[in-house]
Design a protein around this ligand. Structure first.
Ligand code: DOR
Ligand code: ZN
Length: 433
């Protein structure tokens, strides 16, 4: 196996620059003045002066669309987007066609991810059969399959029936897995098109009230506490949800939560263009919500950033608002949006970025080899970031088949210059290796 020598990067952006020698898939040596000559002959050297070395990112919430919608994304193209975005592990959501609600499908997704080999693809199993919300899927069989499913979710849809959610949480404790809830009380969002507020009233959209999210989060925190189970809340979007999470954590509920890059940066002000590129579920909220989400992430009330990378084919996005599918690309822009909203604002330093993009998601998803400290002997799953560089987003140039990025044409800070998976460079200078 080729050795890799990263020269002159700052670990977590802190202290003096160091050299990091990677051999046999681990961080073999960290120090100063390490030369390629000391390592194997075919050592690949990365000159990284001024750059920040972080543990590789882990995404708890990715839609890879395979099987079923390979016209929007495949495991191969989504893995490439992940590697280019600094990710070393992603969790692939279950709302595929057929649904990943059984061991055959989750094993297929896992195996295909291994074949592609650019990022560890961990399939999420559906909580209910066919995402129908009626009957529990065979969680145990999926947890014990080759794919070893660790996260279950009906994402895209809410497990709305409280009894079914209670049972899922109860089973999850025996399997040591986590239930990730898409919190949306469906009776409160019938026909909803946008955040319920001034903008939706002005534009004539049926509203998606904050309380539809908050009522489910509150309910599920109570159920999780009662069951002694771990609950993960997907894509938190409202200020009220952060208050509920703080309350639940304070009383010892085992609840974790994620926020998407788009909910950190974008607001419903964007809706006045009527461009469905901005349609997403949960919807973009107000500037006040975004501000509370950023503060909650900095404070740890929200544990991590997850992309909700949701590629959609042109015909599903480039149409009138009401017919368009909700969702946005996220894998290749996540680090930059976090740099823009959290680092430039002083809310997080790079060690904080490592926490919310790598360490916490790896813990929640139970991945022992990801999100590890940057120390000798640890697995070499890494993201190298140039904090001072900027780039301009072009949907057509992203690795995804779909091009539905809401950041088209925006100039963003923070460039992922290399990603390393188990000692192998998977992306470098914007190219898949
Ligand atoms: O915007 C979204 N898109 N939210 C979801 O919950 C599902 C996702 C998708 O699958 O497109
Ligand atoms: Zn969702």
């Amino acid at each position: 196996m080729t050795a890799v020598l990263i020269k002159g990067a700052k670990l977590y952006g802190e202290g003096d620059p160091v050299d990091v020698l990677i051999e046999n898939g681990v961080l073999a040596r960290i120090g100063t003045g390490i030369e390629a000559a000391e390592a194997a002959e075919d050592t690949e050297v990365i000159e990284a002066a001024g750059q920040v070395l972080l543990p590789g990112f882990v995404d708890l919430h990715t839609h890879l669309r395979e099987p079923g919608r390979e016209d929007a994304e495949t495991i191969a193209t989504g893995s490439a987007a992940a590697a280019l975005g600094g990710y070393t592990a992603v969790f692939a959501m279950a709302n595929t066609d057929p649904v990943a609600d059984n061991a055959v499908i989750v094993d297929h997704v896992w195996r295909r991810g291994q074949e592609v080999g650019l990022v560890d693809v961990h399939p999420v199993g559906a909580v209910t059969v066919g995402l129908k919300g009626e009957k529990l899927a065979e969680l145990g069989t999926m947890a014990k399959s080759r794919a070893r499913v660790r996260v279950f979710s009906d994402d895209g849809l809410c497990v709305a029936d409280p009894l079914l959610m209670r049972r899922a949480l109860e089973y999850s404790t025996a399997l040591d897995v986590v239930i990730a809830q898409h919190a949306e009380e469906p009776r409160l969002t019938v026909g909803a098109q946008a955040h319920e507020g001034e903008q939706s009233a002005r534009l004539g959209y049926t509203g998606w009230p904050a309380s539809a999210e908050e009522s489910i989060v509150a309910r599920d925190c109570l159920l999780a506490k009662h069951a002694g189970a771990r609950l993960h809340v997907c894509h938190v979007s409202t200020s009220g949800t952060t208050d509920i999470l703080r309350w639940a954590k304070d009383r010892g509920t085992k609840v974790s939560a994620e926020v998407t890059p788009h909910h950190l940066l974008l607001t419903d002000e964007r809706l006045s263009t009527y461009d469905p590129i901005n349609k997403v579920n949960p919807p973009l909220r107000t500037g006040g919500d975004a501000e509370k989400l950023r503060a909650a992430l900095a404070e740890g009330v929200i544990d991590c950033v997850a992309t909700d990378h949701a590629p959609h084919a042109v015909q599903d996005k480039d149409c009138e608002w009401s017919a368009a599918r909700p969702g946005m690309l996220g894998l290749q822009t996540a680090l930059s949006i976090v740099a823009e909203t959290m680092v430039k604002t002083g809310l997080l330093d790079w060690r904080g970025v490592a926490r919310v993009m790598s360490e916490r998601p790896a813990e929640i998803g139970n991945l022992p080899d990801h999100g590890r400290p940057l120390a000798e002997g640890e697995p070499a799953n890494l993201a190298l970031v140039d904090p001072d560089a900027e780039w301009t987003v072009r949907g057509a140039e992203l690795a995804s088949i779909a091009g539905n990025t809401p950041y088209e044409g925006m100039r963003l800070p923070g460039v992922v210059t290399a990603t390393v998976l188990r000692g192998r460079i998977t992306s470098r200078e914007g190219k898949i290796q």
